[in-house]
Design a protein around this ligand. Structure first.
Ligand code: CAA
Length: 690
């Protein structure tokens, strides 16, 4: 019988099987919670049932609370109540775990009287990644089974724990060899009736205090996640597990509510859904073209990284360049990358050998005739790329997808070199390409839906997050970077040091400030880009010359041993000299910037450009911009992305702020119409995410 839309119960003599069926991941939404409680009520009325087993249909046991319900008014029964009811149930209940039994799913299982896992199951309490803590007894029942040291590590890391390890630490009681969760449930319930499977209440177990483990976790967490709110709350909650269960649960509830109300929770949950939303593009309905053999043109850092990423995904790769020296250097870089993957446990030695077998190099472009997908990663120069695309027209087989990995250049202009414009798209990888998860799929005017869908299919194969971008200078990410870099340079010229700016942003959670990022990436890339723009730069645009002076002196960043900083991380004195000269020549009146001003101005510049990108339709939705910044540019995940932040600030406040800033420099500070419209209609970017 159905006990709710998503839960059913079947009695077979002395056993009952409770089945959850709430695709795609059996999240413990209202209907699942209500269905379980109704099943418990039924058990209370049927004393002839001596044991019950709870299992789920589909790809996983419950993968957590339903995240979509967070921030909305709670609906009884709450998950903590459901867990307490399971634990208190007079009829012993066994949980059968499979797939990814996470968060509230594991908490349901911990409150059952025994836990059996299918092989390959992973369990975990990943709530910390959503800015919360396991709030349905996870911080109290886990230490009762494993001790505080394991519990605190598992909860603060939020990692997925393989079934074998879960068994060895006592989180689960046994592995089953039953063919499916339903058979496992039948066997386990019968084993309880037959007294061959022991049951007990987790909440009745005692926890020994482990103050050393908690103190170590606190100091590690403070050092590793200084900006984050919930990890320390997780530790506080585990510390309460030595209290009697009701008191520990009450403490957990207070801490959970603090996390739930924190803006970081909203940012992290926004990031969770954003990451999954970007694949939903109009072209998703098209059938991607098949690709197994990928050609990569250009054996530099990008080309080698792209080749590595494809090899790691099991694709065949032919890498081409003009010189043997370049190819040999790439070959050893790629071998090192693969060896690194083996060392990190990401690749088996056998898979590494297979990848090397699937890899060839050649200085003959015509060898790419067999390739299904060709990715040009040559020097960032329109003439070079145009020439390659003209040649590819003669070489590539019909139906091959032709991609350019450009960071800034006009993909329409590149496509026009080809007689098969529909086959051409941009695939903007981020360096190191085998590590960074972002891929901008740049759709040119003539790119066919199948070719765009192939870009997305490639990203999926490479386990990357693809974001669709239209064509403009710098696409989504680098266009925003150009604007924020300009604002950082203006602040520098007007009185802040690069170190002050970097430190302010890093203290706010950015992975790396803009000047340290420039040093890492190399100042010469932006220099070349500025030179390209020189002829078309508006006469009234403020231009900061310090970066040019540094490049002219060979201080192009870390690879040259000096940029904004020296090799040891100390500020490069050449920066102060160049700044002094430029300030004097331009008669700049210096001003004070505190850390808050720096972050506010930088973020506002970012929001301004991001809003224009949405307004122009370069990004499909605000959420796409957020994902680009989160996964390609070190934007702090707990802030959710620039346009999520824009919503927290409010459109009217942004319009007012931009109006004030525009009084200083009306050429740089613009008020995008979309922000004015949103202020007028009292709407948000979230309303435009669809
Ligand atoms: N609630 C609501 N929706 C969820 C969800 C959840 N807990 N977990 C996944 N989904 C949705 C995804 O948004 C996605 O939806 P769309 O298809 O509409 O995009 C769909 O389920 C499939 O998810 P994935 O694409 O991520 O599928 P996957 O197979 O790659 O990964 C997974 C599956 C490992 C379960 C992954 O989705 C995941 O990590 N989910 C989150 C798990 C989690 O954090 N659980 C804790 C929740 S908080 C909690 O439980 C609080 C508490 O203590 C009471």
């Amino acid at each position: 019988m159905q006990t709710s839309d998503t839960v059913s119960l079947a009695q077979a003599g002395a056993i009952a099987l409770i089945r959850i069926d709430n695709p795609p991941v059996n999240a413990a939404g209202y209907s699942v919670r209500a269905g379980i409680v109704a099943a418990l009520d039924w058990l209370a009325d049927h004393p002839e049932v001596k044991a019950a087993a709870l299992f789920a249909a589909g790809r996983t046991f419950i993968a957590g609370a339903d995240i979509r319900e967070f921030g909305k008014p709670p609906q009884d029964p709450w998950l903590p109540e459901v867990c307490n009811r399971i634990e208190a149930c007079e009829t012993p209940i066994v949980c059968i775990l499979h797939g990814t039994t996470l968060g509230g799913g594991l908490e349901v299982a911990l409150s059952a009287h025994a836990r059996i896992a299918m092989p390959g199951t992973k369990v975990g309490l990943p709530e910390v990644h959503l800015g919360i803590l396991p709030g349905a007894g996870g911080t109290q029942r886990t230490p009762r089974l494993t001790g505080q040291a394991f519990a605190v590590e598992a909860i603060v890391s939020g990692r997925h724990i393989p079934a074998d390890e879960a068994l060895s630490v006592g989180l689960i009681d046994a592995l089953t060899d039953a063919p499916d969760p339903e058979s496992a449930a039948r066997q386990a319930a019968q084993a309880v009736v037959d007294c061959t499977l022991a049951t007990r209440r987790t909440g009745e177990l005692q926890v020994s205090p482990d103050p050393d483990a908690l103190a170590a976790a606190r100091s590690q967490t403070r050092a590793k996640h200084p900006h984050l709110f919930s990890p320390l709350k997780c530790i506080d909650a585990v510390a309460a597990s030595t209290l009697p269960l009701p008191e520990g649960l009450a403490r957990e509830r207070v801490l959970f509510t603090e996390c739930l109300n924190s803006p970081q929770r909203a940012g992290l949950i926004h990031a969770f859904f954003a990451e999954r939303a970007t694949a939903k593009v109009p072209e998703a309905a098209a059938t991607p073209r098949a690709f197994q053999h990928v050609g990569v043109i250009g054996a530099g850092t990008m080309g080698s990284g792209i080749a590595t990423a494809c090899l790691l995904a099991g694709l065949n790769v032919t890498l081409t360049d003009q010189t043997d020296t370049a190819l040999q250097a790439a070959q050893s870089r790629i071998s090192d990358n693969l060896a690194g993957a083996v060392k990190r446990g990401k690749l088996s030695p056998e898979a590494r050998d297979a990848a090397l077998q699937a890899f060839t190099t050649t200085d003959d472009l015509t060898t790419l005739a067999d390739c299904d997908l060709i990715i040009e990663a040559a020097f960032e120069d329109m003439d070079v790329k145009a020439q390659i695309f003209r040649q590819l027209d003669q070489i590539a087989k019909p139906g091959a997808v032709l991609a350019t990995n450009t960071s800034y250049l006009d993909v329409n202009a590149i496509a026009r070199q080809s007689a098969r414009r529909g086959d051409v798209l941009g695939l903007h990888f981020f360096s190191p390409a085998h590590i960074m998860r972002l891929l901008e799929v740049v759709v040119a005017d003539a790119t066919t839906p199948e070719v765009t869908a192939t870009g997305f299919a490639l990203a999926k194969k490479l386990r990357k997050i693809a974001v669709r971008s239209g064509v403009c200078d710098g696409f989504i990410g680098n266009r925003i970077l150009m604007t924020t870099r300009r604002e950082a340079e203006y602040m520098m010229l007007d009185g802040a040091t690069p170190q002050q700016i970097d430190d302010a942003l890093e203290a706010a959670g950015w992975a790396l400030g803009p000047f340290r990022t420039s040093d890492l990436a190399g100042l010469d890339i932006a220099w070349a880009q500025r030179q390209r723009r020189a002829a078309t730069r508006p006469a009234d645009e403020r231009y900061v010359e310090v970066p040019d002076r540094l490049c002219e002196a060979g201080h192009v960043g870390r690879k040259a041993g000096a940029g904004y900083y020296l090799a040891d991380g100390a500020p490069n004195p050449a920066v102060a000299t160049a700044l002094e000269a430029e300030r004097q020549a331009k008669g700049i009146t210096l001003r004070d910037f505190d850390a808050k001003d720096i972050v506010t101005r930088y973020l506002t510049a970012m929001i301004m450009e991001a809003a224009s990108i949405v307004e122009e339709g370069i990004a499909l939705r605000p959420i796409d911009v957020d994902v680009v910044l989160l996964f390609g540019y070190g934007f702090p995940r707990h802030l959710g992305g620039p346009l999520h932040q824009a919503d927290q600030i409010g459109a009217q406040t942004l319009v007012d702020r931009l109006t004030t800033y525009a009084q200083e420099d009306a050429q740089f500070w613009r008020i995008p119409q979309i922000l004015c419209d949103m202020a007028q209609t009292n709407t948000s970017f979230a309303d435009r995410n669809g």
